[in-house]
Design a protein around this ligand. Structure first.
Ligand code: C5P
Length: 231
C-alpha cells in the first residue's frame, strides 16, 4: 500500500463547512477521512455522502456498543452511506461484534474494526472500570475476540501495534490513532508514538487529526506526515 493510502485524516469539527474546507485544501493529497461522533452529530450524514461523492474513502468512527440488533442496523446505515470502515467496541463482546460483521456482508467495501482500548486510557483507568488485567493483555484479549468474531481488524494505540500484528497475522487491518509527529506535544494521548513507528511496527493505517487539520497549511502538514512514513 502506498503511503498516502495509509493516512486517514480525522475531521474532528462541528461544521460541515469546516470539514469540507479542510478536504478542499487537502485536495487530491488525501484520500481517506475519519468522520467521528462530533461531526456526524453536528452536521449529519450528508457530510459523509459529500466526502464519498468527492471520491474519498470514509472511516465512520461510530464506536458502537449497543444490543446486537441496534448495532446491525447502524452498520447497515453506515454501509448505505458508502463508508469503507466502521467501528464497534470490543468490550461489547463477541455477539455484538458478530452482529456488526454479519450486517456488513451486504456491503462488500465495508470493513468492521473493533476498538480495543481507547488510547487515552491507562492501566489505572482500566482498574477503575473493573478490568484488573494489564493494558497490553486486555488489548490482545479483545483483538483475538474481534478476530474470532469475524472483524476485519482493530483500532489500537501505537504501542500495541507490534504485538497485535504478530497475534492477528498479515491480513488484519490495524488502524492506529493517537499518533504524534516527532517534536509535537502528545496532547491527551496516553500511549503515543510516531506515524512512522506505527507503520514500521505493522499498522495498516494511521489516523492523524489536529496535526493536519489545524495546521496553517494542512496540505503541507499532510505531506510532512506522508514523507515521514518513508524517510
Ligand atoms: O489527536 P488527533 O487530533 O490526531 O486525534 C485524531 C483521532 O484520533 C481522534 O478523532 C480520536 O478519535 C483519535 N484519538 C484517540 N485517542 C486519543 C486521541 C485521539 O483514539 N487519545
Amino acid at each position: 500500500m502506498e503511503p498516502t493510502s495509509r493516512i486517514i485524516v480525522a475531521l474532528d469539527c462541528d461544521k460541515r463547512e469546516t470539514a469540507f474546507a479542510v478536504a478542499e485544501r487537502l485536495g487530491d493529497e488525501c484520500r481517506f477521512y475519519k468522520v467521528g461522533l462530533e461531526l456526524l452529530t453536528a452536521a449529519g450524514p450528508d457530510v459523509v455522502k459529500g466526502l464519498v461523492s468527492r471520491g474519498k474513502e470514509v472511516f465512520l468512527d461510530l464506536k458502537l456498543f449497543e444490543i446486537p440488533n441496534s448495532v446491525a442496523g447502524a452498520v447497515r446505515a453506515a454501509g448505505a452511506l458508502g463508508v469503507s470502515m466502521v467501528t464497534v467496541h470490543g468490550m461489547g463482546g463477541g455477539t455484538i461484534m458478530s452482529a456488526a460483521v454479519e450486517a456488513a456482508r451486504d456491503f462488500p467495501g465495508l470493513r468492521v474494526l473493533a476498538l480495543t482500548v481507547v488510547t487515552s486510557m491507562t492501566d489505572a483507568d482500566l482498574a477503575d472500570v473493573g478490568v484488573g488485567d494489564r493494558m497490553d493483555r486486555q488489548v490482545l484479549r479483545l483483538a483475538r475476540l474481534a478476530r474470532k468474531s469475524g472483524c476485519h481488524g482493530v483500532i489500537a494505540s501505537p504501542q500495541e501495534v507490534a504485538a497485535l500484528r504478530s497475534a492477528l497475522g498479515p491480513d488484519a487491518l490495524i488502524v492506529t490513532p493517537g499518533v504524534a509527529l516527532p517534536g509535537e506535544s502528545p496532547a491527551e494521548h496516553a500511549r503515543p508514538g510516531t506515524p512512522r513507528a506505527a507503520i514500521a511496527d505493522g499498522a495498516s493505517h494511521v489516523v492523524v487529526g489536529r496535526a493536519v487539520t489545524r495546521a496553517a497549511d494542512p496540505a503541507a502538514a499532510f505531506r510532512h506526515v506522508r514523507d515521514s512514513l518513508t524517510s
